[in-house]
Design a protein around this ligand. Structure first.
Ligand code: FA5
Length: 327
């Protein structure tokens, strides 16, 4: 029996010294020391020898198993370290090689401008609310005090979807929706797409974006409008920005103005504004002896064009990345 143990030991030693990889070492371990490995198998034969010889044989088998395990571990460590060196050598990478381009999307310039406007107006306490692009005729025009036969209401000027619904021509349409749902005081702003049946040129599109801002509270006057618009313009165009107001007509404001900023030596018109017409407040049951409000609106494209010098607003909808990438 002792002889078989020595033979197994000899076989294991030879296999270990011939092993060329950690994978082979793992195989050898299973072959000799695994549950059914040949050294463990020897233990089964213990039962077939005289009782007094059994302890010595058991001890010898354990001793050989321990020796074989130690040799396996030593050899495994040697092989693992040379395998690692070979891998490092073969996988070395040249960190000075130029990287591969990784195309990244960007934020559309109109979104950038809208985000900035949201930031400024939110900071002034205005709550942003979205209105529908497909709007009721009533909110787009009637609720805004348009007289019958106003040219803006002409089918030739607007995209009608049905007799009483159209693609909104102005974000001001949100005013009536808010006033029919809420009681003053409120400060609301909205940004979105508007649509007009226009001859498209460098400064007019059939699809463009507006922001509308309005508030209703006690004692709101033109002074509040001028203060708010002035602060807004300075945040958007720079601390030195001057704003000029001139009388203008919009059915939903009284008095009505247009306003311009002095930009690089020229007055550039930004949009329309005024005090909300009492007819509109009264139509929504708002007591005009107590409450008044202001409103202003402007174009997002126009704002971005002034800030950056883009001279053709059609570029914003064409989505040519050579244009978009500049922002
Ligand atoms: C209005 O739409 C009013 N609702 C603004 C307003 C709000 C006045 C609240 C008073 C109180 P206007 O039609 O001028 O006004 O348009 C406002 C801005 O939208 C313009 O200054 C311009 O920047 C932009 N805009 C209007 N039409 C177009 C168009 N076809 N293409 C591009 N931008 C346009």
């Amino acid at each position: 029996m002792q002889n078989s143990v020595n033979i197994r030991k000899q076989e294991a030693l030879e296999a270990i010294s011939a092993a060329a990889s950690t994978a082979e070492i793992a195989d050898i371990e299973v072959r000799f020391l695994g549950k059914k490995g040949s050294i463990n198998e020897l233990k089964r034969s213990i039962a077939s020898i005289p009782v007094e010889e059994r302890p010595a044989l058991g001890a010898r088998i354990n001793e050989v198993a321990a020796e074989v395990r130690e040799l396996l571990d030593t050899r495994r460590a040697e092989l693992a370290s040379s395998e690692m060196s070979a891998r490092i050598a073969s996988e070395s990478l040249d960190v000075t090689l130029p990287g591969l381009p990784f195309p990244q999307g960007g934020i559309h310039p109109l979104t950038q401008t809208s985000d900035r406007i949201k930031q400024v107006l939110s900071g002034m306490g205005f709550e942003f609310v979205d209105g529908p692009e497909l709007e009721d005729y009533a909110y787009n025009f009637d609720a805004l005090n348009y007289p019958e036969e106003h040219p803006a209401m002409d089918e030739q000027m607007s995209f009608f979807i049905t007799n009483d619904r159209l693609m909104r021509t102005q974000t001001t349409a949100l005013q009536g929706r808010i006033m029919s749902e809420r009681k003053p005081p409120f400060r609301i702003a909205t940004i979105g797409r508007c649509f007009r049946y226009e001859a498209v040129d460098a400064t007019h599109h059939h699809t463009f974006h507006q922001v509308d801002v309005f508030m209703v509270d006690e004692n709101i006057s033109m002074a509040d409008l001028k203060g708010t618009l002035g602060a807004f313009a300075r945040s958007m165009f720079g601390e030195e920005t001057l704003v000029r107001f001139r009388p203008d007509f919009f059915p939903f404001v009284e008095p009505g103005v247009d306003y311009s900023i002095l930009w690089q030596g020229r007055w550039l018109e930004l949009g329309g504004a005024g005090l909300i017409h009492p007819n509109i407040l009264q139509a929504h049951g708002i007591d005009t002896n107590r409450y008044s409000g202001f409103a202003f609106g402007l174009g997002i494209e126009r704002t971005h064009m002034i800030q950056t010098g883009v001279n053709d607003l059609r570029l914003y909808l064409e989505n040519d990345v050579r244009f978009l990438r500049q922002f």
